[in-house]
Design a protein around this ligand. Structure first.
Ligand code: AMP
Length: 508
């Protein structure tokens, strides 16, 4: 084992011997080799050092997905800096919080944002700002282009920070999850093993790279295996269908699969050569899982992870990939279900909070030692906040987040169960079940439903259909209809937003 635990140094061990081997191809077919990547990431590392970024310094980045953005990530890791990607949807006001909290040595932003963000940088005492356009533009490139292509990866200990990712904050304020070189390298290794990635694989990469899924799960796994990827700026169903013949694997969020199924271009022949499809970041509905398998012959591997932990569990590569479950713990990772209050381990079949321990678990929340301490048990298990149950065959099933748990008339209602019943009603595309303040029940179970295109289903029909499926206390008191459920970039339904929109339903 190399003494240097820098993630990049560990990934190198998997790089192909022949530097001409393809690492990335674009949608248009331009090829970028492993040697190109080694040279470009070295130039970025040198450029960062030249801009005063030292080991341990944060580099905050809010740019469009591009090859340059990926090289900036790798350059930052090689330079021993702490990479801090920010969702491109965040506003200048939101950036004020992140930059004030993280105190980066450098902010890299889109050229179009420079005026607004220079002010934010001044306000938050960020010493330097550079731009990167992803289309060959940006002030950072002048530093990169004049930098050398030789760079020795900065020596890092396994426990040193490699990245800070702010949690998506679907409940409460966003917190900076500190991820170490060990967190990232161990998870990439576990995924190579679990999903059998080798140098022969080519992954279709259409995920954003400001999030753990596209940045770490996809990219680090491919690098660890010495494999290659087709790197697309965003997901577009028709483009993906056109390019799938050149790939043999794809990692997606459920929305990808939902959209692919809407295209007649998705056929069994198109994907007959594919080795693996994975899904995560939000629940994959059992209907989509089943329909995808019927149409293509491929059972999507659903897995479970989060910003703080990377990937925790996955359905098996060999063996049944069960719809509606997230499978088994990945190699080296322990999972248990515990009572939320007492922390006592619960027996098989009981619903409780999912707790996780392993080399993948983050170091803590940036500058929030108390918040960090609250989310760990004394024996080192991280309290995920997701509620789940493990069945007698060991499959983990997620039933919601503790913050989404509805308590109606003193009974616990797990939204996922109600959503599954509603989703099975013909004409329903998808649903979100939330708890709203209710004078009698504390919270009233409420459903928000998007209909299939061209279908019309009404409140009474839905209520009639589920009346025999669910206990009375779980049945929604009201059903509302929307064209589309609000989602964030990773396909997560924004329940906070829904709770806000309908908050007066029962209180008026
Ligand atoms: P993030 O930190 O943005 O990756 O969000 C992590 C959260 O997404 C987890 O805590 C889960 O609530 C949810 N999540 C991730 N994967 C799945 C999945 N396969 N099924 C259900 N929820 C998931």
């Amino acid at each position: 084992m190399p003494k240097n635990k820098n993630l990049f140094t560990l990934l190198r061990a998997g790089f192909p011997e022949d530097g001409n081997t393809e690492f990335i191809r674009t949608g248009a077919g331009a090829v970028f080799s492993y040697q190109d990547m080694l040279d470009a990431s070295a130039r970025y590392a040198n450029a960062l050092a030249g801009l005063g970024v030292g080991p341990g310094d944060r580099v905050a980045v809010q740019v469009e997905k591009s090859l340059d953005a990926l090289m900036l990530y790798l350059g930052a890791i090689r330079a021993g800096a702490v990479f801090l990607p920010l969702n491109t949807a965040y506003t200048a006001a939101e950036l004020t919080y992140f930059l004030g909290d993280a105190e980066p040595a450098l902010l890299v932003c889109r050229p179009k944002d420079i005026d607004a963000l220079r002010l934010v940088a001044e306000e938050t005492s960020v010493p330097r700002v550079a731009t990167l356009g992803g289309d060959g533009t940006g002030s950072l490139l002048s530093h990169v282009e004049t930098s050398g292509a030789a760079f020795d990866d900065v020596e890092r200990a396994a426990d040193d920070l490699a990245a800070i990712l702010y949690t998506s904050g679907t409940t409460g304020r966003s917190k900076g999850a500190m991820l170490t070189h060990r967190n990232l390298s161990s998870n990439a290794k576990a995924l190579v093993e679990a999903w059998r990635f080798t140098a022969a694989d080519r992954l279709l990469h259409a995920l954003p790279i400001f999030h753990t899924h596209g940045l770490f799960t996809a990219t680090n796994t491919i690098l660890m295996a010495g494999a290659s990827m087709i790197f697309l700026p965003r997901f577009d169903a028709e483009e993906v269908i056109a390019l799938l013949p050149q790939a043999n694997s794809m990692m997606g969020v459920p929305t990808f699969y939902f959209r692919l199924l809407r295209s007649p271009g998705l056929t069994r022949e198109l994907v007959a050569h594919m080795r693996v499809f994975t899904s995560g970041s939000a629940p994959l509905s059992p209907e989509v899982h089943t329909e995808f398998e019927q149409r293509t012959g491929h059972a999507i591997i659903e897995r479970y992870g989060m910003t703080e932990t990377g990937m925790n569990t996955s359905n098996p590569y060999d063996g049944a990939r069960r719809a509606g479950t997230v499978g088994f713990p990945l190699p080296g990772i322990e999972i248990r279900i515990a009572d939320l209050e007492s922390g006592k381990k619960l027996p098989v079949g009981e619903v409780g909070v999912i707790e996780i321990r392993g080399p993948n678990i983050f170091k803590g929340y940036w500058r929030m030692p108390d918040k960090t301490a609250e989310e760990f048990r004394d024996d080192g298990f991280f309290i995920s906040g997701d509620l789940g149950v493990i069945d007698d065959q060991g499959y983990l099933c997620i039933v919601g987040r503790d913050k989404d748990l509805i308590i109606s008339g003193g009974f616990n209602v797990y939204p996922a169960e109600v959503e599954a019943a509603i989703d099975a009603v013909p004409g329903v595309a998808e649903s979100a079940v939330i708890g709203l303040p209710h004078p009698d029940f504390g919270e009233g179970v409420t459903a928000v439903v998007a209909q299939e295109r061209g279908e019309s289903v009404d409140e009474q029909t839905i209520l009639d259909r589920i009346t025999n499926e669910l206990a009375k206390f779980k049945q929604p008191k009201r059903v509302f209809f929307v064209d589309m459920l609000p989602r964030n970039a990773m396909g997560k339904i924004q329940k906070k937003e829904l709770r806000e929109s309908y908050k007066d339903t029962y209180m008026a």
